[in-house]
Design a binder for this molecule. Structure first.
Ligand SMILES: *[C@@H]1O[C@H](CO)[C@@H](O)[C@H](O)[C@H]1NC(C)=O
Ligand SMILES: *[C@@H]1O[C@H](CO)[C@@H](O)[C@H](O)[C@H]1NC(C)=O
Ligand SMILES: *[C@@H]1O[C@H](CO)[C@@H](O)[C@H](O)[C@H]1NC(C)=O
Ligand SMILES: *[C@@H]1O[C@H](CO)[C@@H](O)[C@H](O)[C@H]1NC(C)=O
Length: 400
């Protein structure tokens, strides 16, 4: 049976980061280090890197085909929507264009995942919103050449942003100079890194040497090709702001621990297969715990489920600190490939609670595929599912 593995590998990307060895110089995204690299079939590997081993953009766009042109500006300065304090700035940046194959077209994704219409893109060194700044929020969407949103004709299956830089610390294992700072599926939630009150100012620190890599996957719903642009809207505070706290994000997900792949899951045998396919229609699945390497303040927690999910419980040590609840609605949207009701949105929890070095976090994702039928591959098999938790925490500026 062929199963969709893209989301699963996306999960691996988030939870494990790109395992780039720590080095004092600017990290290079090389053959062993591309996030989600394993999802690509071998014949594509050689096209990923130049002679020096540097990651090249990998696009689904066929060679030799003229790209559609757009008169919509690729950088749009907008009034802030999240942080309206008169100081934050907002830029919407369009990345692309990307060609989405028609759903009946054969490509490596349709063979590997059993799903037509998929396009996968790796784009290193994206245009940044600023040279050096504190990122306050990020939101992603997809639109056509004319700037109109694609609606249900094309789906934002996922988009992940990975920051790499000499001062970047992977907060999951403290083992690389990369950090996955953002992920969005079709629910297109805004991630907010900033917190401000009289005493605390915090946001995600983006340094002048830091680069951003996009790992994106988009899905066509039509049987004709379409060209789309990914838009990423950044809100940010310009400048280095050395006294601000640093916001980081730790990802929880199904599967092995990246820091210690041989460690058994303390919650027992997994209720999903190695590729994330449910073993039964109703189950709960707990993730490997993540242990915080530092003292910090938890800003908030959130989560991501596929259709069929009913709840995510997030625990700090043994205490449940949040119940993340999905809302279902009819029509296209959310993360699924079937018909009927889809997840439209997910709740999250603002916590502002202390976190001690050594504290652990894990989540328990609950699925009921009888109540909410999940996604299916083109051949009607159960699609893989995810249970992703995000822990946003603030550290002192120099901690990492
Ligand atoms: C990223 O792009 C910028 C601007 O195009 C360029 O100056 C810089 O050298 C690039 N960085 C890397 C690591 O490729
Ligand atoms: C924008 O482009 C899309 C795709 O080509 C098209 O369906 C839509 O009607 C266009 N919208 C406008 C306002 O021109
Ligand atoms: C799988 O389900 C069983 C029964 O509900 C549960 O005890 C176990 O902890 C679950 N496994 C994981 C890894 O969560
Ligand atoms: C992360 O690892 C570096 C060494 O590579 C070490 O100096 C630092 O203290 C570690 N940070 C944490 C928070 O464990």
């Amino acid at each position: 049976m062929k199963t969709a593995s893209a989301c699963l590998l996306l999960g691996a990307t988030l939870v494990y980061g790109a395992s780039i060895p720590r080095r004092d110089v600017l990290p290079v995204l090389g053959p062993d280090t591309v996030p989600g690299f394993k999802v690509l079939p071998k014949p594509l590997h050689s096209s990923l890197f130049d002679k020096e081993g540097k990651l090249q953009a990998v696009l689904s766009n066929p060679a030799g085909v003229a790209l559609p042109v757009s008169s919509v500006p690729s950088i749009q300065v907008e009034p802030p929507k999240e942080f309206k304090d008169g100081i934050a700035k907002r830029k919407k940046i369009r990345y692309g264009p990307f060609r989405l194959p028609g759903t009946k077209e054969t490509n490596w994704q349709s063979k590997a995942m059993g799903m037509g219409g998929m396009a996968d893109e790796y784009l290193p060194n994206l245009t940044k919103p600023c040279t050096e700044c504190m990122l306050a929020s990020i939101n992603a969407d997809i639109e056509y050449a004319n700037g109109t949103k694609t609606g249900s004709s094309a789906w934002l299956h996922h988009s992940v942003l990975v920051v790499a830089g000499p001062n970047v610390r992977d907060p999951i294992c403290n083992a690389s100079n990369t950090e996955s700072i953002f992920s969005s599926g079709n629910e297109r939630s805004t991630v907010r890194y900033s917190y401000q009150d009289d005493k605390i100012k915090a946001a995600y620190r983006l340094g002048p040497q830091d680069t951003i890599t996009l790992v994106g996957e988009f899905k066509n719903e039509l049987d004709t090709e379409q060209w789309i642009w990914l838009t990423v809207s950044y809100e940010y505070y310009d400048g280095p702001r050395p006294d601000w706290k640093n916001t980081h994000i730790a990802w929880l997900g199904f599967g092995k621990s990246s820091c210690n792949p041989n460690a058994p899951n303390p919650f027992g045998v997994s209720n999903v297969t190695a590729t994330g396919v449910p073993k039964s229609l109703q189950f709960e699945e707990a993730t490997m715990p993540w242990k915080s390497p530092v003292d910090a303040t938890v800003l908030g927690v959130g989560g991501h489920l596929h259709d069929g999910g009913t709840e995510i419980d997030i625990y700090q040590n043994t205490k449940k600190v949040c119940e993340v609840i999905p809302t279902y609605g009819a029509g296209a949207g959310g993360m699924s490939h079937g018909d009927g009701e889809h997840i439209k949105s997910m709740t999250s929890c603002r916590l502002l609670t202390p976190l001690k070095a050594g504290d652990t976090f894990h989540l328990v994702a609950k699925y009921d595929l009888v109540k909410h039928p999940g996604g299916k591959t083109d051949s009607g098999e159960l699609d893989e599912v995810m249970g992703v938790g995000t822990i946003l925490f603030m550290t002192e500026p120099k901690v990492f």
